[in-house]
Design a protein around this ligand. Structure first.
Ligand SMILES: *Cc1c(COP(=O)(O)O)cnc(C)c1O
Length: 442
């Protein structure tokens, strides 16, 4: 290999093992062929293979799908404050589990628990890898080997493999279903309580809604029953939020503070949904129960690392000043963005995108409905504006946008490719790459 100087720059760039792997593949591809080994051709072949190999797999994209918190596109975009805190934690040793006052061992939850208590009114708080883990841990710590009562209308699947009955089984609990799909009454819960009952669980039906002849029992209505019977009342809020969405003209979504105030013993919610922080599962509630949860050996397996804790702490800190949230937290900024502002951006970009597409597509302004995503407010759609592309080979046009240096992801519906600009914050980077669209005029 060293006898072939054409490979030296490749070794410099990709390292020897990768070049050896590429060479082996080259030899393999030519097996049986009569071709004479040609150094330049081999180097070109290996360079192309290594370029694909070296390209990062997880890449930045423009999420113009109209779904602000898109799970497949990584949910919340973090605030600059959270990014800076995460970078600093990545670069240096930190006080992750170290108490500077006494020079003794500290607890990693101490960085976020005081903020979570302040923001929700809870007595205690802890955090784990994600909300699915929070639910699993709460059930395992508080109800393993015993029964947990859940309404049939709340036995949901969140997507992927997160189904309440399965999580319940994995946590070692026996699920006791009460009520029917559309109607559950307080007396249904009361009748299901037995000597083995450990908890009642409420689950926010994040990604669907039952309408018509329905009845469900609120967490507040369950509090007296749970107290009287000495049961833990657990509520999985899913998205949950720490701020009132009405502040920004959005419909109400249950806040963690409301659940705590209602008397729920343990409330769980996600860090990277409406909260707008890093992936995390947050648990807030009564001190003795949160302590039991935090002491459970599974907590160790599900805990957060210093980087995400740093980002989470910085994000929670922003909630200390709700008036500036829309300015500093990208999730809230996108949700609160006025439709007129989005429309102006669509009108500004229309001629630019039309020019880049030449005559292969026609672009117009469309009045669309976006969504929050990640199971928040499934039936409430966000009024927004989009660039609407119509063309013969629409899938091919969508593909061209996905092949840009920063891939652009839209949504195809009714024979139209929509780019909802609610979430387009880096307009210069979007327009700067449009000349790289490999449009072949028809
Ligand atoms: C999203 C959601 C979950 C899972 O949360 P992750 O943070 O994705 O693990 C659990 N329960 C409900 C009700 C949800 O909406």
């Amino acid at each position: 290999m060293t006898g072939w100087p054409a490979l030296a720059p490749l070794i410099e760039r990709a390292g020897r093992p990768a070049v050896v792997e590429a060479l082996r593949a080259w030899v393999e591809a030519r097996r049986g062929g009569a071709e004479v080994a040609d150094e330049a051709a081999c180097a070109r072949w290996c360079a192309a293979r290594l370029a694909a190999f070296l390209k990062p797999s997880q890449r930045r994209v423009f999420n113009l799908t109209g779904t602000v918190l898109h799970t497949n596109l990584g949910r919340a975009v973090l605030a600059e404050e959270a990014i800076a805190a995460a970078v600093e934690a990545m670069r240096s040793p930190t006080t992750l589990e170290y108490d500077l006052d006494g020079g003794a061992r500290g607890d990693r939850d101490d960085h976020i628990a005081p903020w979570l208590c302040r923001l929700t009114g809870a007595e205690a708080a802890t955090a784990v890898n994600n909300n699915a883990a929070a639910v699993l841990l709460a059930l395992s710590a508080l109800a393993a080997g015993r029964e947990v009562i859940v309404s049939r209308g709340e036995l949901i699947e969140i997507g992927g493999a997160f189904r309440i009955p399965d999580i319940m089984a994995r946590a070692g609990c026996r699920l006791v279903e009460v009520g029917t799909t559309n109607r559950t009454h307080l007396k249904d819960y009361a009748a299901a309580i037995g000597p083995d009952t450990a908890a009642i669980m409420k689950v926010h039906p994040s990604n669907y809604s039952i309408q018509g002849f329905t009845k469900s029992v609120t967490a507040a209505e369950l509090v007296p029953l749970a107290r009287e019977k000495g049961l833990a009342l657990i509520e999985d809020l899913g998205s949950g939020t720490l701020a009132d969405l009405e502040t920004w003209g959005l419909p109400h979504e249950p806040t963690a503070r409301e659940a705590v105030a209602a008397g729920v013993d343990v409330v769980t919610f996600s860090g990277d949904k409406l909260l707008g922080g890093p992936q995390a599962g947050l648990l807030v509630g009564r001190k003795h129960l949160i302590e039991r949860i935090a002491r459970n050996p599974m907590k160790r397996a599900l805990r957060l690392d210093k980087v995400r804790l740093a980002a989470l702490e910085a994000t929670l800190r922003l909630y200390g000043d709700p008036a500036r949230l829309a300015e500093r937290l990208p999730t809230v900024r996108a949700l609160a963005r006025p439709a007129a502002d989005i429309k102006a951006q669509v009108e500004r970009l229309l001629p630019v995108v039309q020019k880049a597409l030449g005559n292969v597509a026609t672009v117009s302004v469309a009045d669309v409905r976006g969504q929050i995503g990640s199971g928040a407010l499934p039936v409430d759609l966000l009024p927004s504006f989009a660039l609407a592309l119509k063309a013969k080979g629409l899938d091919r046009i969508a593909d061209l946008f996905r092949r840009l240096p920063i891939p652009v992801i839209g949504r195809i519906a009714d024979g139209t490719l929509y780019f909802d600009l609610r979430t387009l914050d880096d307009e210069p980077a979007f327009t700067a790459q449009l000349d790289k669209l490999h449009v072949v005029a028809g």
